[in-house]
Design a protein around this ligand. Structure first.
Ligand SMILES: NC(=O)c1ccc[n+]([C@@H]2O[C@H](COP(=O)([O-])OP(=O)(O)OC[C@H]3O[C@@H](n4cnc5c(N)ncnc54)[C@H](O)[C@@H]3O)[C@@H](O)[C@H]2O)c1
Length: 351
């Protein structure tokens, strides 16, 4: 053991000895990075909102060749923002380069739904994209890469990805329903006139589509009287089953009507929330919603990516078990599972 005076002298001569060993950068891929959500999310990731304020990142950004200039513009802005956590940027339209060694993959790129398009057409356009990206993921990403599919139809795109990347464990693939989850928390908070941070465990079951079930019946909120069930505080089953469900399901359309463009800031923020909680863990007693590969919990058929309430610890999610499901919720959960089975059948036609 060196003496105290020797240690003091060492620190005087070599002050860097007192500095913590810097963390190794994590490589994060964002596809569709030249698009609306991509543009918002890359800045959030590079500011530490996804992986933590002390976690350096290297951003890999993928977009189509026709978006090369726009993607380069995003790269230039990231440089101009002088972000201390950002240790490198790769901007490319080459899937192999984009997926090379990535630890986290956020898949936002996909073929958008155009006016008058049927769900079948949307699935048909996205199947080849996710088939190709599955091959790149399996071949080039780091082992244990965690994947979040944002692009719609998100649950079915995640399923296609899983089918064509058999070496990637299904538990490492997820799709985004945290966006709807956050919307649900926001609606309950507004109804109760409390801060959104005081509401928890309002959850989303099913597909990221209008058949999803936003379910506040297990939620709680902090009030002056302590933490109380949302059901007791709202005391209006009709609101919980009708207006609340409808508002969350149709929030996307309402934002488009108001803004003239689809949601991007809130989608990007939810994307960060999803990954942060998955990797760094959920606070004790708090559930979040994630679209994950069903293991048959709550009698949801196996083999679908379905939104469940989950908790996360040490980088692993687990479905919250034992919630009471009433007849109303059961019928809505089954309807959303049926829609996902239809989507799966359609997707298989194009595989
Ligand atoms: N799951 C959710 O909660 C949720 C929420 C909001 C939006 N979305 C979906 O996210 C997606 C992106 O939304 P947006 O508003 O950013 O759209 P956008 O059209 O602004 O951006 C999409 C980007 O993806 C790119 N792209 C298309 N095909 C690609 C491919 N094969 N590889 C790489 N990039 C590709 C496009 O060039 C474009 O830059 C849409 O599918 C949207 O429906 C999902």
């Amino acid at each position: 053991m060196p003496s105290k005076s020797l240690l003091q002298r060492l620190v005087k001569w070599c002050p860097w000895l007192l500095r913590d060993e810097p963390k190794r950068p994590v490589k994060v891929l964002v596809t569709g990075a030249a698009g609306q959500i991509g543009y918002a999310v890359v800045a959030m990731i590079a500011r530490g909102l996804m992986l933590g304020a002390d976690q350096p990142v290297v951003l890999h950004m993928l977009d189509l060749p026709r978006s090369r200039d726009a993607l380069n513009g995003v790269r230039m802005e990231l440089i101009d923002a002088a972000l201390p956590l950002l240790r490198g940027v790769v901007a490319t339209s080459d899937e192999a380069e984009a997926f090379d060694g990535v630890n986290v993959a956020i898949l936002i790129g996909g073929s958008p739904r155009r006016e008058g398009m049927e769900r079948k057409d949307l699935i048909a356009k996205n199947v080849p994209i996710y088939k190709s990206q599955a091959a790149a993921l399996q071949k080039h990403a780091a082992p244990n890469c965690k994947v979040l599919v944002v692009a719609n139809p998100a649950n079915t795109n995640a399923l296609v990805l899983k089918e064509f990347a058999p070496a990637v464990p299904a538990k490492n693939i997820s799709c985004l329903t945290r966006f709807d989850h956050n919307r649900a928390l926001g609606q309950v908070a507004q109804k109760l006139n409390v801060h959104v941070g005081d509401v928890k465990n309002a959850i989303i079951w099913g597909n990221h589509s209008s058949t999803q079930l936003p379910d506040a019946s297990h939620g709680t909120a902090w009030t002056e009287r302590g933490e109380r069930p949302v059901r007791e505080l709202i005391a209006d089953e009709t609101w919980l089953r009708e207006e609340f469900v409808r508002t969350v399901q149709q929030r996307g359309a309402a934002v488009i009507k108001a803004r003239g463009q689809s949601s991007s800031l809130s989608a990007a923020s939810a994307t960060c929330d999803h990954m942060r909680d998955w990797i760094l863990g959920t606070p004790k007693g708090t559930w979040v919603s994630m679209g994950v590969y069903s293991d048959g919990s709550y009698s949801v058929p196996d083999g679908l990516f379905y939104s469940f309430p989950v908790t996360c610890e040490k980088g692993e999610w687990s479905v919250v078990q034992g919630l009471q499901i009433d007849d109303f919720a059961r019928s809505k959960m089954e309807a959303s599972a049926s829609e996902l089975m239809e989507e799966k059948t359609i997707a298989y036609e194009f595989l």
